[in-house]
Design a binder for this molecule. Structure first.
Ligand code: TXA
Ligand code: MG
Length: 299
């Protein structure tokens, strides 16, 4: 088991055929065994070697976005161990778009299973240093590929009767996906979700209490007794009397904001303050995925 860089977040990776390595991933992350792992591969041929079906729209998405931040949930074949998929008949796969990890996957004679390299319920790591400080000696090696340039986990897409369903919003926006395959369904958060077992409400959390608000100025003015850090999409709050203001993108660029989100949460979490007040994003483009992560961080 070693940590590897991807363009989304760092992963804790192991040979999918090595039971010891895979068990160690669950153990080190304190991840429940019912939550399956994503399998990382270097080519569509390699995906075909571990699956039995490739719906037409899945192929369109793969052709268009891979290597990249889309994970497809496909019917698996018998070579994939149950430990990886939590006993399900599907496997989540993606070709990551990171030069170092792509090279690694091409050299290795097996795919790598890798969840995000954070302890259960903590913020995902977007730098090698985040992984090292989370796990210290428990993770023997972190392959340093620099900061992740997408900074948000992959968008996960499953299929029902060959029609795509978004299980997890992520680094590729809904708008981009719909340009390729037309209208897609997004799994309702309140629904019970046996198809996407990892979608727990609380997730990606800083230890510092975090809330998401529409009106940052008003909230801060009403809570002057607290030591607050503001996380915002614009520089409209620069003059507020708070401990710190972290601006994700002055130009209101969604991609840039997404790329810096976890990095900013890691930083604010280290400030030893009472509260992180995050500005809610517009519900469009990557704003949807960012709001999803902020909402989970605030549970
Ligand atoms: O960007 C990413 O996706 C990163 C990098 C390392 O690739 N990985 C990542 O893995 O975010 P993880 O384990 O933190 O999240 C994977 C999610 C979990 O919520 C899990 O439940 C879901 O994928 N998943 C895995 N296999 C599945 C399956 N067969 N069916 C439905 N959901 C699945
Ligand atoms: Mg994760």
């Amino acid at each position: 088991m070693v940590a590897i860089p991807t363009e989304t977040v760092y992963g804790l990776a192991g040979n999918i055929y090595n039971e010891g390595a895979i068990k160690r991933i669950f153990e080190v992350k304190k991840r429940p065994l019912f939550n399956p792992l994503i399998v990382h591969v270097h080519s569509i041929e390699q995906v075909e070697s571990i699956t039995i079906e490739f719906p037409e729209k899945a192929r369109k998405l793969a052709d268009h976005f891979w290597p990249g931040a889309i994970t497809l949930v496909l019917k698996k074949n018998e070579v994939i161990p149950d430990l990886i998929t939590a006993g399900k008949d599907t496997v989540a796969v993606r070709i990551p778009n990171h030069p170092v990890t792509l090279d690694l996957l091409r050299i290795l004679p097996f795919p790598l299973a890798a969840p995000s390299a954070n302890p259960f319920n903590r913020i995902s790591p977007t730098q090698a240093q985040h992984v090292a400080s989370y796990f210290e000696d428990d993770v023997p090696m972190v392959l340093d590929g620099g900061p992740c340039n997408r900074g948000l986990e992959s968008t996960i897409i499953g299929f029902k009767k060959d029609e795509p369903i978004v299980y997890r919003l992520g680094a590729i926006s809904l708008e981009n996906i719909e340009q390729v395959v037309g209208k897609v369904q997004v799994m309702n958060k309140k629904e019970k979700t046996p198809d996407a077992p990892g979608m727990l409400k609380k997730h990606y959390s800083p230890r510092t209490k975090t809330i998401v608000v529409d009106n940052v100025r008003q909230y801060v003015q009403q809570h002057q007794e607290l030591q607050i850090a503001v996380l915002s999409f614009s520089d409209a709050y620069k003059s507020l009397k708070v401990k710190h203001v972290e601006i994700l993108s002055k130009e209101r660029d969604f991609k840039k904001a997404a790329a810096g989100l976890y990095q900013a949460l890691h930083k604010l979490d280290d400030l030893k303050i009472d509260l992180i007040v995050a500005e809610r994003f517009p519900m469009e483009d990557l704003g949807r995925a960012i709001n999803d992560r902020l909402n989970r961080a605030s549970q």
